[in-house]
Design a protein. Sequence first.
Length: 272
Amino acid sequence: MAIAARDDDVGADIRGHISATLSDVAREHGVRILYAAESGSRAWGFGSPDSDYDVRFIYAHQPAWYLGLAQRRDIIERALDDRLVDLAGWDVRKALGLLLKSNPTLYEWFVSPIVYADDGTFRNAARSIFVEHASPRALAAHYWSIARGQFHREIDGRTDVKLKKYFYVVRPLLSLLSVIETGAPPPMNIQPLVDAADIGEPLRAEIEALLQTKRVTPELGRGARIPTIDAWATDLLTRYAPERLNISDQPHRDGLAAAEDLFRQTIGLGNV
């Protein structure tokens, strides 16, 4: 398992702990770790000093594991430990199946700015297939659904809110705008999304101020709702509801053959 070089503010000590935990998982389950990255608020660009480390990984079994008739568990999970590390991984066959369904969560793992392990092959190949295969409509609907759910559960109808919940509305809405504008999967980190969005300076200032506070505050706490963000979110959720979107639901090219080839190569059955 190749360990990724440090390219972020995750300290060497916690990186060592994550690496050791991934190695332990690999031994326990008899798998190879193909790729591991941060998937939570730290990678999204609004982590706090005490944020969890949400480590997500993709792994492969030996070829014989895939040849039986029995349905086997294709997820590995470990509960949050005392170093605030939460691990969850998908088997490579499950991951590639979700890739073919244009699952944006998987793509975000591939473009995470915080990488913990990389075999040097799988991530790059799978990311390329995803970009070519992904349905813009499926991506847009995913981000709209996340934003709508968070807004209605955590913000709408309340007088005061957990302020960090705004990020779970703002980031997917910015991602939605990016997909509509480009037809391509959006960046994972919130900062390039903010920088690229045509949202006006008052709204941009509110988001930037909230970001700066979140990055240095262990617990952002509760506060009054932010009318500028509320109005913007309500407008986008109405205007870009999936049934109103005039956006393609067709991928640039069919990725099935490429995904199957990558699967066979990854598990060691490349000539079958």
